[in-house]
Design a binder for this molecule. Structure first.
Ligand code: GLU
Length: 285
């Protein structure tokens, strides 16, 4: 391979909140095959920052199911719960640059604020945050902080975008995409319960692990707007992406994650072979 073309590094990054199902198998095989086809490397990352829903039993089951399916990955398996220092360092840098602000809102105060404003813009991540805490007076902010009121940290998207300028990214399926972070509103980068978020953790880990091709379901396609912005803000390398279609049933409905009959485990117990399950997941041998 010429030295100018970087090695392909892909990853599968499940959250251990249940057993893997056919949709996960599709995603894992998609990433694994992309790495193998390019003579590259395939990594596994357990996205276990969602403490209350992460169960160690599911983590073991994920590894067991993937290897039963015939996948192999490079050691070590990364756990996001072990990366909290790296997330904290990035947050501190962004906060020092004035790009983050503490948000004391609860879901219900946000709902009330949106209802009172009479218009409820919807972005790719749901209702757009109305910016309540961005415009909080320094006095009010100081009082809340002094009272020890719990807060998360939001990214001031407009300010962030001002500092980076317009951004694009490459999806291998769809070509060059104009990133549209503004449509999401000020997203949370550090939650109240854990000082990170999906957006921050996934972006930092992909960079730190040297992932060059991020593959995942098309449901996460819009999230790349935010990840591309974070890469620009944090000076991280920019990978390519390939968002794949989602597995659907005969009616065209997306397979429900919680349908236990479609877990790899249940299919295996019902006597299916790994090759049969790979075929059900859209990858016949
Ligand atoms: N952990 C995420 C999930 O299970 C996937 C993260 C990603 O691929 O960006 O849906």
């Amino acid at each position: 391979m010429p030295s100018s073309s970087p090695e392909t590094v892909t990853r599968f990054a499940p959250s251990p909140s249940g057993y893997l199902h056919l949709g996960h198998a599709h995603s894992a095989l998609f990433a694994w095959r992309a790495a193998r086809a390019a003579g590259g490397r395939f990594l596994l990352r357990i996205e276990d920052i969602d403490n209350p829903r992460s169960d160690p039993a599911f983590m073991d089951a994920i590894l067991e199911d993937l290897s039963w399916l015939g996948l192999d990955w490079e050691d070590p398996v990364r756990h996001q719960s072990g990366q909290l220092d790296s997330y904290a360092a990035a947050l501190e840098g962004l906060r020092d640059r004035g790009l983050l602000y503490p948000c004391f809102c609860t879901r219900s105060t946000i709902r009330a604020e949106i209802a009172a404003s009479g218009h409820a813009p919807h972005g790719p991540s749901g209702a757009v945050y109305p910016g309540t805490c961005r415009t909080l007076s320094p006095d009010a902010r100081g009082t809340y902080l002094a009272q020890g009121k719990p807060y998360g940290l939001r990214l001031d998207i407009a300010k962030a975008l001002d500092s980076t300028g317009p951004l694009t990214w490459i999806d291998r399926g769809r070509g060059e995409i104009q990133a549209d972070p503004l449509s999401h509103g000020d997203v949370v980068l550090a939650r109240k319960d854990i000082a990170t978020s999906y957006h921050l953790a996934v972006t930092l880990d992909d960079a730190d692990q040297g992932v060059t091709l991020v593959t995942r379901g098309e449901d996460l396609f819009p999230m790349t707007d935010i990840h591309r912005l974070l890469q620009a803000l944090l000076g991280l390398p920019v990978p390519q992406w390939h968002h794949h279609g989602l597995l659907r049933d005969e009616q065209g409905e997306r397979l429900a994650k919680r349908d236990d009959a479609l877990s790899i485990r249940a299919l295996r117990q019902a006597g299916k072979s790994p090759a049969e399950v790979r075929a059900l997941a859209g990858f016949p041998d």
